[in-house]
Design a protein around this ligand. Structure first.
Ligand code: ADP
Length: 319
């Protein structure tokens, strides 16, 4: 089992020729769909085949009802804190060049409480892994990681989005940290005083990247996702390392990407699912599964809705 603790948003997307300047009214194509890093990752995890619970906060509105019916459709065990504010949402304008302007209304996501998370301690204690991101209050995230850690389970932190300042003590609660290049650069700058450009992370000398990851998370595994370049892995001498070397790079699966939005969410959800489904397998085996899943997700447009099923994955990557 996996427990995901995090955000649910309804994304409203308008596509028009140009972004409307102040005072202007444009007309364009509208679409809406579920999003939020938490829900995207829970969907990826459930569709990868792992029993998945999703702890979040929802408003008593259409967005909240939508979340409940989507969770039911994917067999996700939804554990929602009722919030006296609207369900999280995002308004997204996209122009013909693909540029966007976005306003996120965190709404209910901002009130998810540590108390509510602690009410699901039994689920966390019984799950192989608990996966959190940074779109929820830090106290709630810390509570989830601490409960997983105290039960001897795997505490997984996807430190996204990059602009959230994560205290060192919170990072230290993670057994697995999964930044992308931008998030990795932000963590190195904030905690190690190392100014490295996000785009330069992938081409850093591997022993140096490993040394930085060891400084950042001395007790855990850091997986830096590198988009089409795959990922870099840095292990501590702990249980997750197994027979693997201390650091290595794994190439991504080749994909004809049409929309890489949510690739990181696909990767994180699939990695958590792999940990739960194949306990004891080498860590690199789990990463290969996550690479396959994320690669296929980039070949489909959309966020949560585009997460592939296990059957679709088997067709794309026959064993
Ligand atoms: P994020 O979506 O958070 O920016 P990344 O861009 O690092 O995260 O992508 C996460 C994972 O998704 C990568 O490690 C890789 O497995 C997969 N991925 C992303 N882009 C591609 C691509 N163009 N081709 C194949 N796999 C990709």
């Amino acid at each position: 089992d996996v427990v995901v603790v995090g955000s649910f948003n309804v994304d409203h997307v308008w596509r028009s020729d140009a972004l409307p300047p102040p005072g202007a009214t444009h007309s364009g194509e509208y679409a809406s769909g579920p999003g939020g890093k938490g829900f995207n990752q829970a969907t990826a995890c459930a569709r990868s085949g792992a029993a998945t619970a999703f702890v979040c906060a929802l408003g008593d509105d259409l967005g909240g009802h939508h979340a409940r019916s989507l969770a039911t459709a994917d067999g996700i065990d939804l554990r929602d804190q009722p919030a006296p504010v609207p369900t999280g949402s995002a308004g997204i304008f996209v122009d013909a060049q693909g540029r966007n302007s976005i306003v996120v209304g965190p709404g209910a996501n901002a009130v998810l409480s540590a108390d509510f998370v602690e009410g699901h301690a039994a689920a966390i204690a019984g799950a192989t892994a608990t996966l959190v991101q940074l779109e929820s209050p830090l106290e709630a995230i810390a509570a989830a990681l601490r409960l997983a850690r105290e039960s001897g389970r795997i505490a997984m932190l996807n430190p996204a989005p990059a602009n959230v300042a994560v205290p060192r003590e919170l990072l230290a609660l993670a057994d697995i940290l999964t930044p992308n290049e931008t998030e990795c650069a932000a963590l190195f700058a904030r905690h190690l005083g190392e100014r490295i450009d996000g785009e330069a992370i992938a081409s850093l000398d591997s022993p140096r990247l490993h040394a930085l990851c060891r400084d950042l998370l001395p007790g855990g595994t850091v997986v830096v996702t590198l988009g089409a370049a795959g990922c870099f892995v840095s292990h501590a001498d702990g249980s997750l390392r197994g027979d693997d070397t201390a650091w290595y790079r794994l190439p991504a699966e080749p994909a004809t990407a049409v929309d890489t939005t949510g690739a990181g969410d696909a990767f994180n959800g699939a990695l958590a699912a792999a940990l739960a489904l194949r306990p004891g397998a080498p860590f690199a085996t789990h990463l290969r599964e996550a690479h396959r899943y994320a690669a296929l997700s980039t070949e489909r447009p959309g966020a949560a809705a585009s997460m592939p099923t296990r059957e679709q994955l088997a067709v794309r990557f026959p064993a």
